[in-house]
Unconditional design. Structure first.
Length: 317
């Protein structure tokens, strides 16, 4: 018998619900499991400690095999309407006058799979569509703000203790499935290890909305240099994913918004002289530095990228 829980009211005082299957975690895996069970006529309850589905892009693509399963569940078309199917991709360098780095033509797989390609859809949208499909079946009780804080198991059933705000309840299930991620409460309660190792990386990741001519640039775009590696790809018209993996020994803390802002060379708009990085888009394509007066819009100086700031009257070099 396995038993684990936090402090709680007396067991007999808690309301109890009996179900066939309880699913812990309403991410893509938990939602897909609930939908798959419903397609076989199996009722379930889906428990998620957060207030709703994901609001960020996270994993931004679906594999062909996943789309085949969605087609079997008769929901694939809804996903295709929301996402972007890239049938051909050409990876390019952001450095000027460089040949393409890689070209992929997924149409070569047309005889093996239906509508081959790289399908892009933010995880937030994937979860919304799965949730709509799950609720439409009428066979799954989806409960947000429901955190599993205890688990007991014997030979015939599993009992979950669930916190909803200040209230608690019990759920008795024939089966419990832990779909609650890398820090799974269910896995921990069962004493199951999470084998593997952590890559020594500290990538920066951001989604950026682009509403000018840059949205039509060839992509995916790659940059490599002394500072590390950077990658940019368009997830959908007007939305780009930016990734930067710096060189050097990574730190353990998370990347703050301010740190990523500094990496992207964003700053407040000062009045007076501003040191900026420009690109000669209608000529050689090279980057250069410029000193511009933001009030008069006049240039005080220009100098090569990587060079020291010029000594200007009234300022130190």
């Amino acid at each position: 018998m396995v038993s684990t829980s936090s402090s709680h009211p007396a067991e007999a005082d808690l309301p109890t619900t009996a179900v066939s299957v309880a699913i812990v975690g309403a991410g893509p895996v938990g939602l897909a499991l609930a939908l798959g069970l419903a397609r076989h006529g199996v009722r379930s309850v889906l428990l998620e400690k957060n207030a709703g589905t994901s609001t960020t892009s996270k994993a931004a693509g679906l594999h062909v095999r996943t789309r085949e399963v969605l087609a079997h569940w008769e929901v694939e078309e809804r996903f295709l309407e929301r996402g972007v199917l890239e049938e051909r991709l050409t990876m390019v360098s952001v450095k000027p006058n460089r040949p393409p780095l890689l070209h992929l033509d997924f149409s070569e797989l047309a005889e093996e799979v239906d509508r081959p390609g790289l399908f892009l859809l933010e995880q937030s949208e994937t979860e919304k569509l799965l949730l709509e499909a799950v609720r439409a079946t009428g066979l799954c009780d989806v409960r947000f703000r429901s955190e599993v804080i205890g688990l007991e198991q014997d030979d015939s059933r599993v009992t979950l203790r669930v916190r909803q705000g200040v209230a608690e309840q019990r759920i008795e299930a024939e089966y419990v499935v832990g779909c609650d991620g890398a820090k799974s409460f269910v896995r921990g309660a069962l004493g199951m290890p999470f084998d593997g190792f952590t890559y020594s990386l500290r990538p920066m990741l951001a989604d950026v909305r682009v509403h000018d001519e840059r949205d039509a640039l060839p992509q995916p775009r790659v940059w490599t240099g002394r500072g590390g590696y950077a990658f940019a790809a368009r997830l959908r018209p007007g939305l780009w994913r930016l990734v930067h993996v710096p060189r050097g020994r990574p730190r353990d803390d998370e990347v703050s918004d301010e740190e990523f802002e500094a990496f992207l060379f964003l700053r407040d708009n000062p009045k007076g002289r501003a040191y900026e990085r420009w690109r000669h888009v209608h000529g050689c394509g090279r980057f250069f530095n410029a000193v511009r007066d933001t009030v008069s819009d006049r240039f005080a100086a220009t100098y090569k990228a990587g060079a020291r700031k010029p000594a200007l009257k009234g300022e130190e070099a």
